[in-house]
Structure formats: structure tokens, C-alpha cells
Write a protein that binds this ligand. Structure first.
Ligand code: AMP
Length: 470
């Protein structure tokens, strides 16, 4: 199936050709005909599947040639959970629609209202917005939603996680009943199904990734580590090849900041991205990371959601997420489009319950590799009462901070080509292929440096609290 066979307009085909897209991704092949036919759509698709073009292309197709909107009454409203995603979705509409002569704008918090009001007043066809800021503009009557023909809820699961349900309901009542609604979500959880019932009408369902599964091209590794040595272990891993672009996840904003500062002090080009940073700082950090000026981006789940960072070879979970589904979102940034990716998690004893949740969700054991010098006094607990951190609890080491960058010769987990070690034995994680090594790159050192505790497929466990940034 080609884009031409999907029947997209010549203006769009031209833009796609210029972008170098040769064929639709599975979500695009499935969603585009449904949207073009005017149906409502409920799509399960993670970031990295090409979902944005999955809705942007057919929407643009249907609106090409219509008279331009000269009032603050958009025809298309796309709601996203985060500012970054709003900016990215707008970029996509503009790129795919570069020959389509449609007007588009985005509105989100963290920046002044003035330029957004100006953009709304100039008139627009496509509005991409975060719910909170859209409500502010609605309150000031800067925007008229009564003419919306298509509503897109992008990353709807995350909007629910972030507590946007009341805002979504307020927006819903301002929209015409007669409209097309498209909802995209990484998972089809029960709350998502309930939301779909409220917002969609007889939707077609499309699912390109089975519920809560991850790309088979990703290898998962866990390094158990004592709490007071976690930061040093991360530095050791990163030091093996400081040129490898790495996205590091921290659980809290404070933790992300501290970690980025420590990494900078240790000589890495690192920055943090989280909800407390100004919009300018977030945009700059992301741009610097994309351009290679920064090699390490430390992010919280919410800030990183939906970020389009292509071809990341590795994602490191400095902290495990409180909610297992977020693990799937995090590592969705690696192993895209058939490339192999690595997901490395540093797990302290107090996080073993979270690891258990993740293994249950993935339905696979994750290889545990103990790095020499970072042994735990006892193996990680993987039973039903395995501990979980208390939300908001300070993460990371209490001692040993700011130690100068140091590499034990041959003992550091491999990011490059010559350091690191193979695990001595044990199961490979499903889908990791062969030749799996700890760390980020190929490694050839002897096995005795690491000892494998062995993973386990956990049984039933309680779901931890919400996944908001603390
Ligand atoms: P998304 O899941 O929408 O965030 O898209 C993930 C990445 O895939 C983005 O960098 C897109 O530019 C890219 N992409 C989307 N569709 C295609 C396609 N058909 N061929 C190649 N790349 C694509």
C-alpha cells in the first residue's frame, strides 16, 4: 500500500515525497482510509508509530480547497497533553500541509497569551492546544469552538493521567455535536474506553500494537544497584561513550534537575526537561538534544511524553516509573522502525516492586546484570510484597554525589566497543536477539565482572499511585 493508493491529494503526496516518506506505517495505512471516509476513530498507537501523520494527513486531505477561516473559529481542533507535543503536532501539520495553504496555530501554557490571541484573531483552520490554556482562551472568548468539524484527542491516556478530564468535558460542551472525533491512545484501558464512549460516536477501532506490548527490537537490561551508588553507576555507563545520545528518565522534577546538574559537573553535556522549566528552556533543551549539542537529556515522564526524538539507540531509566505503562511509553523512543534499541534500568532495592509490575506488563523477564562494584547485599526482592518507593520521596544517592568522573578499568558497563562484559549465563529477554550485552554498545570483556541474579515473572501486584510529576 502506497500513499498514492490511499488516495491522498497531490499537494500532500508532494510534501510526503519531500520528507522522504516512501510508504505509510501500519497505523497510517489503517487510520487514513477511516478518517478520509469521515468515521470516528479510536486508535491504539504509541509514539513512534507515525500516528501524527495518521490523523494529520487525512485531515489535511479533507480540508484542502475549502475557504480559509478568517475568524478565531477553527475547523480542526487537536488536543494534546503537553506543550511539546502540541508544538510537534503543529510542526507536522505545517510540514505535511506545506502545499495545502491551510492556516494553523498552537496554544499552550507557559508562554504569553498575547501572541496566541493575535494568531487566533488572524483566523485559522487548524488549532492545536493543550486543554488548560484552551480553557483560558475560551474564558476570555478569544476562541470560538462552535465551528469545529474535526476533534482529535492525541495521547488521550496521558491527558487522563494528567487530570485533564474536567477540562476535556468543558471543551466538549463548547463543540458542535455533529463532528468527527479521533482519539489516539497508547493503551486501551477501561478509562480510555469510557472516555471514548463520551466523546466518540460509533468509532472504528484500530490497534497497531497489541495492548501494552513493546517493540521486539528493544533489549531490556536491569542493573541492580544500591541507592547510594546509583548516580555513580549512571556516570560509569555514560562515560563509556559520552558521544552516544541518551535519554535518561528520572521520576521527579527535582530529581531530574539534580541529576542533570551532577552530570554536567561530571563533564557531560546534559540538561533536564520537566514541567517546572520555562517553555523556552524546554524548547531549547530539546532542540539542543536533537542537534547533538547536548548528548544527555534528563526527562520526567510527562515532559518527555510524545517527544519526537528520532533514532535513539538507548533509553536509561535512572528511576523506574511509578506506573508500569510509563515504562512502555519511555522505551517507545528507542528501537523504532525496526532498529535495535536498548532500555537500561537502574533498579534499587526499594524499586523492586515497580520492576515486578513492569515484568508483569511486558509478560517477560528482564535480564538482571549486576555490575562489579555495585553489588547489592541481597538480591532484589521479586515477591508480591516487594517494596515500591513512596511517591514524592527523594530519589538518588545521599552520599557519593559529585564524585569525579571515574571509570573502573574494564568494569564499567559497555557503551562503547571495548568495555563492558557479557553476562555469564541466563535467559535473554524476549526479542532481544542474540549477542545481547550489558550497557549501550557491543562489548567483549570477560564475564566474571557481572553476576546475574536472574529475573522473575511476577504474579499479581498492586498498582502504584499515579504517574504525575512530583
Ligand atoms: P509519531 O509516532 O507521529 O511521533 O512519528 C514518529 C516519527 O516517524 C516521526 O519522526 C515522523 O516524522 C516519522 N514518520 C511518520 N510517518 C512516516 C512514514 N510513513 N515514513 C517514515 N517516517 C515516518
Amino acid at each position: 500500500m502506497s500513499f498514492t493508493e490511499l488516495g491522498l491529494s497531490p499537494q500532500i503526496l508532494r510534501a510526503l515525497e519531500e520528507k522522504g516518506y516512501t510508504q505509510p506505517t501500519p497505523i497510517q495505512a489503517a487510520a487514513i482510509p477511516i478518517v478520509m471516509a469521515g468515521h470516528d476513530l479510536l486508535a491504539a498507537a504509541q509514539t513512534g508509530t507515525g500516528k501524527t501523520a495518521g490523523f494529520a494527513l487525512p485531515i489535511l486531505h479533507r480540508h484542502i480547497g475549502l475557504p480559509k477561516r478568517l475568524t478565531p473559529a477553527p475547523r480542526v481542533l487537536v488536543l494534546t497533553p503537553t506543550r511539546e507535543l502540541a508544538a510537534q503536532v503543529l510542526d507536522s501539520f505545517r510540514e505535511y500541509g506545506r502545499h495545502a495553504a491551510l492556516k494553523s496555530a498552537s496554544i499552550f501554557g507557559g508562554v504569553g497569551m498575547g501572541p496566541q490571541i493575535d494568531a487566533l484573531r488572524r483566523g485559522l483552520d487548524v488549532l492545536v492546544a493543550t486543554p488548560g490554556r484552551l480553557i483560558d482562551h475560551m474564558g476570555q472568548r478569544n476562541v470560538d469552538l462552535s465551528k469545529v468539524e474535526v476533534l482529535v484527542l492525541d495521547e488521550a491516556d496521558r491527558m487522563l493521567d494528567m487530570g485533564f478530564m474536567p477540562a476535556l468535558k468543558r471543551i466538549l460542551v463548547a463543540l458542535p455535536r455533529q463532528r468527527q472525533t479521533l482519539m489516539f491512545s497508547a493503551t486501551f484501558s477501561d478509562p480510555i474506553k469510557a472516555l471514548a464512549q463520551q466523546f466518540l460516536s460509533s468509532p472504528k477501532e484500530v490497534s497497531v500494537t497489541p495492548r501494552n506490548t513493546v517493540a521486539e527490537t528493544i533489549s531490556h537490561i536491569v542493573h541492580p544497584v544500591p541507592t547510594d551508588k546509583k548516580r555513580q553507576l549512571l556516570i560509569d555507563i555514560l562515560a563509556v561513550d559520552s558521544r552516544v545520545q541518551t535519554l535518561v528518565f528520572a521520576r521527579t522534577k527535582h530529581g531530574a534537575n539534580k541529576l542533570a546538574e551532577q552530570l554536567e559537573k561530571s563533564g557531560f553535556r546534559a540538561s533536564a526537561i520537566h514541567g517546572n522549566k520555562s517553555q523556552n528552556a524546554r524548547t531549547k533543551a530539546l532542540a539542543d538534544f536533537k542537534s547533538g549539542k547536548l548528548t544527555i537529556l534528563v526527562a520526567t515522564d510527562i515532559a518527555a511524553r510524545g517527544l519526537d526524538i528520532p533514532e535513539l539507540p538507548v533509553v536509561i531509566n535512572f528511576d523506574l516509573p511509578m506506573v508500569a505503562e510509563d515504562y512502555v511509553h519511555r522505551i517507545g523512543r528507542t528501537g523504532r522502525a525496526g532498529e535495535t534499541g536498548r532500555a537500561i534500568s537502574l533498579v534499587t532495592p526499594d524499586e523492586s516492586g515497580l520492576l515486578r509490575d513492569i515484568q508483569r506488563l511486558l509478560k517477560q523477564e528482564i535480564q538482571l546484570i549486576t555490575v562489579a562494584g555495585y553489588e547489592l547485599s541481597q538480591p532484589l526482592r521479586m515477591d508480591a510484597n516487594a517494596p515500591r518507593p513512596v511517591q514524592g520521596q527523594r530519589q538518588g544517592p545521599r552520599q557519593g554525589q559529585g564524585r569525579p568522573q571515574q571509570q573502573r578499568s574494564g568494569a564499567a558497563p559497555g557503551r562503547g566497543t571495548s568495555t563492558g562484559a557479557k553476562p555469564t549465563q541466563g535467559k535473554r529477554p524476549a526479542g532481544s536477539g542474540h549477542g545481547h550485552k550489558p550497557g549501550l554498545g557491543d562489548s567483549a570483556n570477560p564475564a566474571q565482572r557481572r553476576r546475574r541474579h536472574g529475573g522473575s515473572t511476577a504474579g499479581r501486584a498492586n498498582r502504584p499511585m499515579g504517574s504525575r510529576e512530583a
